[in-house]
Write a protein that binds this ligand. Structure first.
Ligand code: CP3
Length: 344
């Protein structure tokens, strides 16, 4: 398939495809038995991300099972802090733990070493060779604020209280960290494109911690700067932004001002608002509640139909956050089939 005919890329360029494309955030992961098998062999999650043979296999697992329109690179948003030299560990049953930013001297010691994420680029080129022709390959990174939150607080257990305090008490230090992350992420994303990523998603998972002026300063402006840098090198690349749990006003400003080509919406955003106010600004992606994918059946299909009917064809079907581990794979198969057969 010609690149310009892939439905996701069409939507990201402002065109209307024949039907709604679908992929799911966290479509690779613990809900798949073949992922759990490999995970048990690999033992360490970071090893899995940084071993191209494994990361390629995991990226392709959901593509072999389901007729998704896109594959998302198997990696993690915390690889950028790792490449900057901040200690990173994924502890069993506990999630990620990062070495906390202790102060200015710590920031001065950070150096982005692109060699450390070379395996990610290798994974992209391997996946690209094996993907079905019609499947779009999505690269990604975390947005500076969200990645910064993990670096400042060290983990996500305390609702990022230290990061929120920095907004008020240490804005200069925060600005320094954010600018380090913008520079590193721009290089990381550019290299993903050069390795074969066809579009990108920027995950702002903790965007909802900030509102109004703070959101504009620490979410929108750094995202715009990151996108400007990437697009300066790669003007044709299309980028989806996911400012999870932002307020309605902030979603609107993000859509208009951050430079993204499409906005991924979380499952709490009301469909009426999304359709009437947000969709006229940018194409949307989302926003089925992941719990409905766990539940399956009519509840899942009715909600899916409502989303499809609301947004029409110029819309990338997805969840409002990632697939959770307890999701039955059969429900994913049913959802994909339903979306792909849907005609308004
Ligand atoms: O399939 C995909 O979506 C691609 C791979 C991917 C992963 N993480 C793999 C992963 C992507 C796009 C991410 C992004 C990511 N990582 C985000 C943004 C999206 C979001 O969920 O809001 C965030 C905040 C992270 C940081 C992170 N990584 C956390 C908080 C955790 C622990 C929570 C958990 O689900 O275990 C991870 C680990 C992680 N990243 C797993 C996977 C498949 C689970 C690891 C395991 O097998 O134990």
């Amino acid at each position: 398939m010609n690149k310009t005919e892939k439905p996701i890329l069409k939507i990201l360029s402002g065109e209307t495809p024949e039907r709604n494309p679908i992929w799911l955030m966290r479509q690779a992961g613990r809900y798949l038995p073949e992922y759990r098998d490999l995970r048990a062999k690999a033992k360490n999650f970071l090893n899995m991300c940084l071993t191209p043979e494994w990361a390629t296999e995991i990226t392709l697992q959901p593509i072999r099972r389901f007729d998704f329109d896109a594959a998302i690179l198997f990696a993690d948003i915390l690889l950028v802090p790792m490449a900057l030299g901040a200690g990173l560990e994924f502890r069993e049953g506990e999630g990620p733990v990062l070495e906390k930013v202790s102060g200015e001297a710590f920031l001065d010691r950070l150096r982005y070493d692109d060699q450390k994420v070379q395996p990610v680029y290798e994974t992209i080129s391997r996946v690209k060779k094996e993907l079905p022709e019609k499947t779009t390959l999505i690269g990604f990174c975390g947005a500076p604020w969200t990645v910064g939150c993990y670096m400042i607080d060290g983990n996500s257990k305390n609702d990022f209280v230290i990061s929120k305090a920095w907004v008020k008490e240490k804005p200069d230090l925060l600005a320094k960290l954010i600018s380090i992350l913008i520079e590193a992420s721009a290089e990381y994303l550019s290299h993903q494109i050069e390795a074969g990523a066809e579009c990108l998603q920027i995950f702002e998972s903790w965007g909802g911690l900030l509102q109004g002026d703070d959101f504009a300063k620490w979410v929108i402006a750094p995202t715009r700067e990151l996108i400007n840098r990437v697009k300066k090198k790669h003007p044709a690349i299309r980028i989806i932004g996911f400012p999870r749990e932002a307020t309605q006003n902030d979603y609107l400003k993000y859509a208009a001002e951050s430079g993204v080509d499409a906005v991924s919406i979380d499952f709490n955003l009301p469909l009426s608002f999304a359709k009437e106010k947000l969709q006229p600004v940018k194409p949307l992606q989302g926003n089925l509640n992941p719990d409905l994918l766990v539940k399956g059946g009519n509840d899942m299909l009715r909600a899916t139909e409502e989303i499809l009917t609301t947004f029409g064809k110029k819309h990338i079907f997805n969840l409002g956050h990632g697939v959770v581990p307890q999701t039955p794979p059969e429900h994913v198969a049913e959802l994909v089939k339903f979306v792909q057969n849907f005609r308004a």
